[in-house]
Write a protein that binds this ligand. Structure first.
Ligand code: 5RP
Length: 260
């Protein structure tokens, strides 16, 4: 691995622990003005100091994030569908590598749709992005997006995660599921988990704890942080689990105390 690639990767995953709390705010790329992200710059401002990396689109980056903010950027490079479509797998790569370099990103992210009718296209897009990422020293985060009809179990998520790694992804983002150890065991690159739909804070902390206990390298979490009534305390509580070895209960106690 070349120095640039190593350096960018080390800015996302802690070189000491290999862990990461990434804040995902890219939802608007297919959901439009997602609840909590109507003004993404305002949402993100108090959270960046607690995040190891920020995942978002170039439009939101350019228009709402100040260039002097010191946070590694993981740039979403795929899109092309909206929630109005039944089939969300009809995505393509929409950011070229020169633009990623201009934006000084630490990583690029692209969704793959294993099992969908656009499986082959999304996997080919991933492989090409990984080629270009290698050429320019930019790690690629593969997002194992799931369609409505896909079962989020260890067999399916393990399959999608392994394929992503085989095609060259540097990090895989997937969902937590039962037997998550099997997903991690079958994937030779670090895995971070998405949080999914907003759930109770205590449950989201348990989700993060269960994931890292099963071998995840951390989280790439969005709605369970920015849709919380207490987003700053929530991201700190997640950090407690990912970086400080707190249990779900310890982190929940900390959170309750922090929100008073
Ligand atoms: C969508 C994404 C989102 O970033 C992802 O879902 C993470 O956010 P959340 O924790 O809200 O699920 O990649 O494909």
């Amino acid at each position: 691995m070349d120095w640039g690639m190593k350096n960018r990767l080390a800015s996302i995953l802690s070189p000491k622990s290999g862990r990461c709390v990434m804040l995902a705010v890219d939802h608007g790329y297919f959901q439009g003005p997602t609840s909590g992200l109507q003004k993404p710059g305002e949402t993100v401002a108090p959270l960046v100091e607690h995040a190891d990396a920020l995942m978002l689109t170039r439009g939101v980056l350019r228009s709402t994030i100040s260039a002097d903010v010191r946070i590694p950027i993981v740039l979403r490079a795929s899109g092309g569908t909206s929630i109005l479509q039944d089939d969300l797998s009809d995505e393509d790569r929409h950011v070229d590598i020169q633009d990623a370099v201009r934006l000084n990103v630490a990583g690029l992210a692209l969704s793959i749709f294993v099992g969908s009718k656009n499986e082959r296209r999304s996997l080919t897009n991933l492989a090409k992005l990984c080629d270009e990422g290698q050429q320019y020293g930019i790690p690629v985060l593969a997002v194992t997006a799931v369609g409505k009809e896909m079962v989020r179990d260890a067999r399916y998520l393990g399959l999608a995660s392994r394929i992503a790694a085989e095609l060259g992804a540097t990090i895989v983002k997937t969902y937590y599921c039962e037997d998550f150890e099997k997903v991690v065991a079958g994937c030779p690159v670090p895995i971070v988990i998405a949080g999914g739909k907003k759930i109770e804070e205590r449950d989201a902390l348990k989700l993060a704890y269960d994931a890292v206990s099963a071998g995840a390298s951390g989280v790439d979490m969005g709605r369970n942080i920015f849709q919380s009534k207490w987003p700053v305390q929530m991201i700190q509580a997640v950090r407690g689990i990912v970086h400080e070895g707190k249990t779900a209960d310890e982190s929940w106690d900390w959170f309750q105390h922090a929100i008073g």
